[in-house]
Design a protein around this ligand. Structure first.
Ligand code: NAP
Length: 286
């Protein structure tokens, strides 16, 4: 039976540490970090994520401004908002909540955020920094996954890591971070043949495909570390569930994360870490 790595517990610890750190900023720098979030429309998932971000900011003592706009605004209006935030010296981090309405080009908007304020780490400059091993902002979910592995003292070097999913926000960056820690990494996707033959070789298995309970017991090696990134609705119960069939896989894994309470809380926590990082760099530049 696996040890459950609690992302929730780690998130609470990290948030308490950040709260303590931020409490000295007013005295040291004359102000606290400031995160600006732009929410376009009323997508229930996005509304809930933005609420979670506001709550985390309040908890840690980070100033938060949420700009809410109807989904009828034009791309030009949104671009103007981003440009104003770029130029506003009192703002350290900018996050445009995705997905954006269909009439907008998300890449265009994300590319408009200056890389120094790109707390999500989605700007091409920050993505390139990750691949070139240069200083930049690492996107929140992959960063959170690495922190979870470190929190549980999972050895990464020399291990066989398999990542299911190759998206720009999870699969690809987490694969690069694992590679940088000297894991031997295999990236799987929807065209991977004999997927379970590959996943069964993993010492560390990262499931980030967005398919409820997809990873079954017979796809996992005895003693593997299993990190479940998925956030899905269980089609039968309607409850939140991951990409991993937790109840069965936990019998075979050595360590496992749960949904909810695993990677999710660390994503928002890493957003707070990135906001502090952007703030500190901003202060250094002065
Ligand atoms: P995505 O952009 O839809 O990418 C999914 C990836 O999984 C794709 O690369 C796809 O392959 C692959 N895939 C789909 N079906 C597959 C299958 N049957 N076998 C093997 N690979 C398959 O999703 P995402 O944005 O990376 O998110 C993945 C999951 O993580 C979602 O459930 C999402 O909600 C969750 N998520 C959670 C957090 C968090 O904070 N906890 C943050 C971000 C995302 P192709 O490339 O071939 O299409």
């Amino acid at each position: 039976m696996a040890i459950i790595i609690s992302g929730k517990e780690l998130a609470e610890k990290r948030r308490a540490q950040m709260k303590e750190e931020v409490s000295h900023f007013e005295e040291k720098y004359g102000r606290v970090p400031h995160l600006a979030v732009v929410l376009v429309g009323l997508d229930p998932g996005s509304v809930s994520y933005v609420k979670g971000k506001e709550k985390a900011c309040v908890e840690i003592g980070i100033k938060n401004t949420t700009i809410r706009k109807p989904d009828t605004i034009s791309q030009e209006e949104l671009l103007n908002i981003v440009n104003e935030l770029n130029e506003d010296d009192s703002v350290d981090g900018i996050l445009v909540q995705l997905p954006l309405p269909k009439h907008m080009d998300s890449d265009f908007i994300i590319n408009a955020i200056i890389p120094q304020k790109d707390v999500d780490g989605f700007h091409p400059v920050n993505v390139a920094s990750l691949y070139l091993k240069q200083k930049g902002i690492i996107s929140c979910t992959p960063k959170g996954i690495m922190e979870i592995l470190d929190y549980a003292h999972i050895e990464i070097e020399g291990k066989r890591a398999v990542v299911i999913g190759r998206s720009n926000i999870v699969g690809m960056p987490v694969s690069k971070l694992l590679l940088d820690r000297n894991a031997t990494v295999t990236i799987c996707h929807s065209r991977t043949k004999n997927l379970s033959e590959v996943t069964k070789e993993a010492d560390i298995l990262i499931a980030a495909l967005g398919k409820p309970l997809f990873v079954q017991e017979d796809m996992v090696k005895e003693g593997a570390v299993v990190i479940d990134v998925g956030v899905n609705r269980n089609l039968e119960t309607g409850k939140l569930c991951g990409d991993v069939d937790f109840e069965h896989v936990k019998e075979k894994a050595s360590y496992i994360t749960k949904v909810p309470g695993g990677v999710g809380p660390m994503t928002i926590t890493c957003l707070m870490e990135n906001t502090i990082e952007c703030f500190l760099r901003h202060m250094e530049e002065k």
